[in-house]
Design a protein around this ligand. Structure first.
Ligand code: 5GP
Length: 188
């Protein structure tokens, strides 16, 4: 008799902008190479040190439109009203089918789309140790215009309110602890 093919459960890590999702995921990538971390497409330009195909696939607006129209994205969202980022569908489906533990690090709007498209996905919310700490991180050096900061905080407040839509909340007290908790969850 044929063995049942392996199939892993998709894990989504989301949470407010500024909470440290990408730092956690970068550390997880180093500590747990058996976990496959999806590489998104984005319309924003690379930052210094970012490599095409590693942090993101950097695409033009036209390419992004084409991918979205073709249904090649599992989810996508517009971020900060100026860039679009999305998850290529095929690589995720291939990994899951092959039984590879798979992780997406995406914003709250994208996470909602994944929950609808993949109802058995494990939805993980990364929360800051406190609201004050998130404000501190989002306010940064305080060199930006007050209205930019106010807008960012308003979005963060909305994103924080989405925590209840997730299966579990991890508090980002330390990158090492959160990584360990996430790996333990993904092994269940
Ligand atoms: P950054 O542009 O600083 O790399 O990321 C900004 C935000 O975009 C982060 O909150 C990150 O989680 C989110 N993000 C990155 N890739 C994707 C994606 O493929 N889909 C969605 N919905 N959000 C993403």
């Amino acid at each position: 008799m044929l063995a049942t093919p392996p199939h892993s459960r998709l894990t989504v890590l989301s949470g407010p902008s500024g909470v440290g999702k990408s730092t956690v995921v970068a550390a997880l990538g180093r500590a747990s190479p058996e976990i496959w971390i999806s590489v998104s497409v984005t319309t924003r330009p690379p930052r210094p040190g970012e490599v095409d195909g590693r942090e993101y696939y950097f695409v033009t607006d036209e390419e992004f439109d084409r991918l979205a129209a073709q249904g090649a994205l599992l989810e996508w969202a517009e971020l900060y009203g100026r860039q679009r980022s999305g998850t290529p569908r095929a690589p995720v489906e291939e990994r899951l089918k092959a039984g590879v533990p798979t992780l997406l690090e995406i914003d709250v709007n994208g996470a909602r789309q994944v929950k609808r498209a993949v109802p058995d996905a494990r939805m993980v919310f990364l929360a800051p140790p406190s609201w004050e700490e998130l404000v501190r991180r989002l306010t940064g050096r305080g060199t930006e215009p007050a209205e930019v900061i106010a807008r960012r905080l308003a979005v963060a407040e909305e994103e924080m309110a989405a925590a209840g839509e997730f299966d579990i909340t991890l508090v980002n007290t330390s990158v090492t602890d959160v990584c360990r908790e996430l790996v333990a969850l993904m092994e269940q």
